[in-house]
Design a protein around this ligand. Structure first.
Ligand code: BTN
Length: 271
């Protein structure tokens, strides 16, 4: 079971602490659902929920997120923006960079990001991000950002991947000889995400874009993308300042702000 005090201590100890409340559950339906049901934190303050086990963990596009007890990080952060000046999809990308930064603090390199929300290692899915928003009074928006990260999965889990995004599940144990405790990982990830949320609030995604592109797993691949406004196939060509995926198609350059990717070049890693 996660030790709440080991996580809470360092985070609340930060001068000018931005933490409103951090709760750790042994079991909960979904940390995202929990925070979405709670009153919004005041602007500028964070509310955090972690769980050892989620009975109904959710992923993007109504998928499930499966993480057996004590095998991963399941955490969500709620934050209220007074107003959001940049398109929100860019926040998910910014948070991906935040997770990569946090893992690098433990010497865990070689992590990639697959637009829009997958965290990739060794060609498989290490984790994912689910960002959900609730519009509040006037221009304020409360965002709940949920991170699921596989830390040490039981072997049987390899068969449980319901995600069509990659057909391989990876855990952090495969990425490092010095696996940090889930508490240490939680502290690093939460602090890094706080920083990226605040940075996104003041600067948008544009200044984070170059960093995101260093980890872009799709770049140069032949893909197909289904977005709200159509279906495109072509070569993935990075993202723009809003966090939209750029695709070079026969008909020219297309941008997709929200969509699902499928691979065309390698059916074994089909999305
Ligand atoms: C995805 O890959 O589609 C996103 C997965 C996000 C999973 C996390 S675990 C913590 C939080 N609570 C949830 O129900 N989902 C997110």
């Amino acid at each position: 079971m996660l030790d709440a005090e080991i996580i809470r201590g360092p985070i609340s100890g930060v001068p000018g602490a931005r933490l409103e409340i951090l709760e750790v559950f042994s079991e909960i339906e979904s940390t995202n659902s929990y925070l979405l049901d709670k009153p919004a934190p005041p602007p500028g303050r964070f509310r955090v929920a972690l769980a050892d086990y989620q009975t109904a963990g959710r992923g993007r596009m109504n998928r499930t997120w499966q993480s057996p007890p004590s095998s991963g990080l399941c955490l969500s952060i709620a934050y209220t923006f007074r107003r959001v000046s940049a398109p929100l999809p860019g926040l998910t990308l910014a948070l991906g960079v935040g997770v990569v930064d946090a893992l690098q603090q433990f010497g865990i390199d070689g992590i990639s990001l697959k637009w829009p929300n997958d965290i990739i290692a060794n060609g498989g899915k290490l984790g994912g991000i689910l960002t959900e928003a609730r519009h509040g009074v006037s221009e304020s928006v409360t965002v709940v950002a949920g991170i699921g990260l596989n830390v040490e999965l039981p072997d049987a889990m390899q068969a449980l991947d319901e995600s069509p995004l990659t057909n391989k599940i990876v855990d952090l144990k495969q990425c490092t000889k010095n696996l940090p405790s889930r508490e240490k990982l939680s502290v690093a990830v939460i602090e890094s995400l706080f920083d990226y949320i605040v940075r996104f609030e003041s600067e948008g995604f544009a200044t984070i874009r170059d960093d995101w592109q260093k980890y872009d797993w799709l770049f140069g691949r032949q893909i197909a993308v289904t977005g709200h406004d159509g279906h495109y196939s072509g070569i993935a060509n990075g993202v723009d300042d809003d966090g939209a995926l750029i695709i070079r198609t026969d008909a020219g350059r297309q941008r997709v702000i929200n969509g699902t990717v499928t691979f065309l070049d390698n059916p074994d890693t089909s999305a």
